[in-house]
Design a binder for this molecule. Structure first.
Ligand code: NAD
Length: 539
């Protein structure tokens, strides 16, 4: 029986709650140790001795792990291991594979929850709430719903017709060969979902985690092994993405790329795959969810306080490091005059600091590279005649990579921070004349190459409909009177088009379809015994 799952309930972590006590104990424990993280190939831990330290972004002198990076030898072995393991993994059958991933979900919902949430809080500097909705709830949902979807289409994709004397069927085969899963730092759930979604339908994977999330990702690899994942189905390979890609593409059994990360990295990978094509056994599937320049467009007739809350939460939660974070807003003058002072006051109330202090709304950005990039945007905006930094704008990297929540107001809708992805706590606002709503929809559609998420704030259905049509291709996830972040598995399948990715909608069944390569089977029960046809007979 295929019973539809429900979304995992979000725990609140209020003072005095049981979960609050447990997470604090787990945070203390993880802060008191330094673990060694190996490569895991064919189920074996390999300590290479080539070590990178994993630091805590909000306290970057603190080391939480020593990571053993893969060399070419481990990379080659990981690809071979994935190929060798595939036949037995296919033979296990969908039902048994689903049982393993449903066990993963149960472990994460139960005894592993605090461990993975605490690791995400420390490793990627998330508040407890941001960790809970990502590394616990979203990943539990990915695992449970993907099994549900896979069972569904294995049944639904059978041929409609089998005439008398014939039995038609479809075998839902996985891709032949291994999938390379290259994962981002910012969502623990996405990191584990990229190798495991193809695995549910019978693929095997080489998993290259981000150098900024080795710690939480390694714990998830351990969880999957505890749930019974057979050796070699997912091979965990910390190391250089460029080198792993080169090794994977030199193996003819490379069957697909499951990527989430920046647009420039993905575009480079696509080109490399194109060059490798003559050496590959199959045409690989390429799935990539990439950057965004996500917007909020307000109409003069909108809920002002609702807009203010959406701007604040949408732009600054998790320090703006969500691919869906609002980073440009188009606001009519009358609305801006009404909300701007209140918005600035609310932003000045935001507390920023260590993820273990639960009164903080924000923590640090992920690393120095990111800190330098974001502060560079802020500094250039300070010098740009068309821009004014109206709130925030300061940063301090001495203890952790802290950047204040920042708003820039510009009179140029094409200025750098209105069109480029910054991936930090920086919102740029373009204030428009109240009567230019339709023109502003065109500017929103045309000015940035991205098309990931976006929101319209309006109360009149006619205005909502205008935005809905004008912005049809401007966002793969479109919100009406809400912030553009916080997509939920099975509710708003996620992904964007244009420069934002292949839009294969993680959290819905469409993504899983990219990892299958069905075989159509006809069985003839009444085997023809004559070779000629009636039309050939003489009259
Ligand atoms: P990134 O592109 O720097 O890294 C992503 C992964 O690619 C990492 O594992 C990294 O090691 C690897 N990588 C980097 N260079 C490589 C190369 N030359 N060859 C092979 N692999 C390479 O991105 P990030 O900083 O980890 O994540 C942030 C980006 O991800 C943002 O652009 C964000 O918008 C995007 N993102 C998109 C979605 C989505 O669903 N659209 C979700 C999360 C994040």
């Amino acid at each position: 029986m295929n019973v539809q799952p429900v979304n995992e309930e979000i725990l609140g972590y209020a003072p005095g709650s049981e979960e609050r006590v447990k997470i604090q104990d787990e945070l203390d424990k993880q802060m008191s140790e330094i673990i060694d993280i190996p490569c895991i190939i064919n189920g074996k831990e390999i300590f290479t001795g080539n070590i990178a330290e994993q630091l805590i972004p909000h306290n970057h002198k603190h080391v939480i792990a020593r990571v053993h990076l893969a060399s070419k030898k481990e990379m080659e072995e990981a690809c071979r291991s994935a190929v060798r393991s595939q036949e037995a993994w296919i033979d296990l059958g969908l039902e048994e594979r689903c049982k393993i991933f449903e066990k993963c979900a149960d472990l994460l919902a139960g005894e592993w929850r605090m461990k993975i949430n605490a690791a995400t809080m420390l490793n990627q500097s998330k508040t407890v709430f941001q960790a809970e909705i990502d590394s616990a709830c979203e990943l539990i949902d990915f695992w449970r719903f993907n099994c549900y979807y896979a069972r569904g289409f294995h049944k639904d994709f059978q041929p409609l017709v089998s005439p008398k004397g014939v039995e038609n069927s479809t075998e839902i085969r996985p891709l032949e060969g291994f999938v390379l899963s290259i994962t981002p730092f910012n969502f623990t759930s996405i990191a584990a979902n990229l190798p495991s979604a193809p695995a549910i339908v019978g693929c095997t994977s080489v998993w290259k985690p981000s150098r900024n999330s080795y710690y939480s990702n390694y714990l998830l690899m351990q969880l999957m092994m505890e749930a019974g994942l057979p050796d070699g189905v997912i091979n965990f390979l910390p190391g250089s993405g460029a080198e792993i890609t080169k090794v994977a593409l030199s193996n003819p059994d490379f069957a697909g790329l499951h990527f989430t990360g920046s647009t420039s990295t993905f575009q480079g990978l696509w080109q490399e795959i194109g060059n490798a094509l003559p050496k590959l056994r199959s045409y690989p599937r390429i799935v990539g969810e990439t950057g965004g320049k996500d917007f909020i467009v307000a109409h003069e007739n909108c809920d002002h306080r609702g807009l203010l809350v959406a701007l604040l939460r949408g732009s600054f939660e998790y320090q703006g490091q969500k691919c869906s974070a609002s980073s440009r807003a188009y606001i009519p003058k009358s609305v801006w005059d009404n909300i701007s002072d209140e918005l600035f006051n609310e932003i000045r109330k935001i507390k920023m600091g260590d993820a273990r202090d639960f009164t903080n709304f924000m923590t640090a950005v992920i690393d120095k590279r990111s800190f330098d990039k974001i502060s560079g945007y802020i500094d250039r905006a300070k010098k740009n005649q068309s821009c004014e930094v109206v709130v925030g704008g300061n940063y301090d990297g001495s203890v952790g990579w802290y950047i204040e929540p920042t708003i820039i107001v510009t009179n140029d809708p094409d200025s750098e921070t209105m069109v480029e992805e910054i991936f930090g706590p920086v919102l740029t606002v373009y204030v428009y004349d109240n009567e230019s709503f339709e023109e502003i929809l065109q500017i929103c559609d045309k000015s940035s190459p991205y098309a990931l998420t976006g929101s319209i704030f309006a109360n009149d259905e006619i205005d909502i409909e205008k935005a809905f049509k004008a912005l049809r291709f401007t966002a793969g996830n479109f919100y009406i009177n809400d912030k553009p972040t916080g997509a939920v598995v099975a509710q708003q399948p996620f992904g964007g088009a244009r420069a934002s990715g292949t839009n294969d909608k993680a959290g819905g069944p469409l993504n899983l379809l990219r990892w299958i390569s069905p075989r159509s089977i006809k069985r003839t029960l009444e085997v023809p015994q004559e070779w000629d046809y009636p039309f050939m007979r003489s009259e």
